[in-house]
Design a protein around this ligand. Structure first.
Ligand SMILES: Cc1cc2nc3c(=O)[nH]c(=O)nc-3n(C[C@H](O)[C@H](O)[C@H](O)COP(=O)(O)OP(=O)(O)OC[C@H]3O[C@@H](n4cnc5c(N)ncnc54)[C@H](O)[C@@H]3O)c2cc1C
Length: 431
């Protein structure tokens, strides 16, 4: 028996489940224009939101994408929209003081609201739902630490939360695995494929040129502008935006040295009786534990008979069948009764991490960039896309608390071989 076949359906797909509702069309490469006001590299959330606002601001915009539009993490993620950062609010107060912590978390709120505003203003039907999030503790000590962290957020940021004790959690999730958790009622879940599709349609309607299957090979300065080198063509551009996050490569070597790609894995199950799934996830939240290396699960937003389950972040195993086996073991740790349940989809995608674990927006050598979202790119990519556009258009609102020096290491030149070890080390408290 092939590894993985026990846990995979006969028709299991290794593409994201989200591509069923928002199929990736094999668009032919087009001849790019000889010149453009703004060249954007990457057609994910960041690139498309920037493109949309720039086009509405009167700029001629070309988005270059190495594959088909939305090839990257923007159509591969879990669709959680919250206020997530790898640095806790309490930790930031201790290390940098309350004003800095408040400014950083204030911008996370701006990002959270930017998604709502975008979905509403662009009329994107993407199952956007304020279903609340349940953050789960895997030990009593973690539960206490969460209570401390979220009371600080409530006190200083006025963000309400509710503790859910181990005794109460059955009304939210049908498992004994967790030691309770924190419920945040306003957090959102959406369908990532449809959100991206809506952004792509809006960008095209605003006049943005999407040059699919057109990898940018090199960006060179010329006078006050740039020459963007793509296969068989050179395009002059007044401004360049790099929005390649976990897929950053040789086009912008300075950035490649500073953004570390790491893989995350996600599955969607075959259908099961809706009532059975309702018993497992009665709260119908987006669920995620509070470890550094997380497991997450939710009901599929467009199908109440399927569970979405992800984890194993930082794994380097390209054999998705083996990863399916490992994810199945993790799923059974939470719901042992799902022994016979198989996956209909398993896929992977690349996140982008930075050495200081912050997202970053900035400019180097005249080139604008926004990267390093560490699992918060749905809201942060939306906000930074808007900010990148404002920076180029010269309007207000382009400033950011995340515009800080983007650190590099003398030991990192773009080969992320050590990332699984680093994630293991950073996850040591999880155990
Ligand atoms: C499994 C998984 C689950 C996740 N879950 C969540 C979640 O629930 N919530 C959340 O907020 N975030 C989540 N994330 C993170 C989030 O998806 C990303 O942070 C976000 O999508 C990044 O968007 P982006 O537009 O910056 O980059 P991407 O969407 O990754 O797009 C980058 C694009 O650049 C293109 N590109 C790269 N180099 C070139 C080049 N030289 N020329 C042309 N094109 C190029 C790539 O092909 C790619 O399409 C998750 C990520 C993964 C992988």
């Amino acid at each position: 028996m092939q590894a993985g076949s026990r846990v995979l359906t006969e028709n299991c797909s290794f593409d994201p489940y989200w591509w069923r509702a928002a199929p990736h069309k094999q668009e032919p490469a087009i001849a790019p224009p000889r010149s453009t006001d703004v060249a954007i590299i990457g057609s994910g959330i960041t690139g498309l939101v920037a493109a949309l606002h720039l086009a509405r601001g009167g700029r001629q915009v070309t988005v270059f994408e190495a594959h088909e539009p939305g090839y990257g993490a923007s159509t591969r993620n879990a669709g959680y929209v919250g206020r997530t950062l790898k640095h806790g609010f309490g930790e930031l107060i201790e290390s940098h003081g309350l004003p800095f912590a408040t400014q950083i978390y204030g911008e996370l709120m701006d990002a959270f609201l930017a998604v709502k505003e975008t979905v509403e203003s662009e009329n994107i039907a993407c199952h956007y739902k304020q279903q609340g999030r349940l953050l789960l503790a895997t030990s009593p000590a973690m539960y206490e630490a969460m209570a401390h962290e979220f009371s600080l957020r409530e006190k200083h940021l006025r963000e309400p939360f509710a503790m859910v004790s181990r005794g109460e959690q059955a009304s939210e999730i049908g498992t004994e695995r967790y030691s309770g958790g924190v419920k945040i009622e306003d957090h959102v879940g959406l369908h990532p494929g449809l959100y991206h599709q809506g952004l792509l349609d809006a960008a095209r309607a605003a006049g943005v040129t999407i040059a699919a299957h057109t990898p940018v090979l090199r960006i060179a300065r010329e006078g006050a502008g740039f020459i963007v080198h793509v296969p068989q063509a050179q395009v002059t551009a007044r401004d360049v935006v790099v929005a390649t996050n976990g897929y950053s490569g040789d086009a912008f070597p300075w950035l490649k040295r500073r953004v570390m790609p790491f893989d995350a894995y996600q599955t969607v199950s075959e259908p099961m009786p809706a009532e059975r799934l309702r018993q497992l996830l009665p709260g119908d939240r987006t669920y995620i534990d509070w470890n550094f290396n997380v497991d997450w699960m939710r009901r599929a937003p467009d199908d109440p008979t399927r569970i979405v389950f992800g984890g194993l972040t930082g794994g380097r195993n390209q054999d998705l069948r083996q990863m399916a086996e490992r994810l199945h073991v993790r799923l059974l740790r939470i719901f042992p009764e799902l022994t016979g349940l198989r996956f209909d989809n398993i896929w992977t995608g690349k996140c982008g991490g930075t050495l200081d674990l912050y997202p970053h927006i900035g400019r180097h050598d005249g080139i604008h960039y926004a990267v390093g979202y560490c699992f918060a790119g749905v809201p942060m990519g939306t906000l930074f896309g808007q900010k990148l556009a404002r920076r180029i258009l010269g309007g207000k609102g382009g400033d950011s608390a995340f515009d800080r020096p983007l650190p590099s290491s003398p030991f990192y030149w773009g080969n992320p071989w050590f990332v699984p070890h680093a994630i293991n080390w950073l996850s040591r408290h999880d155990r």
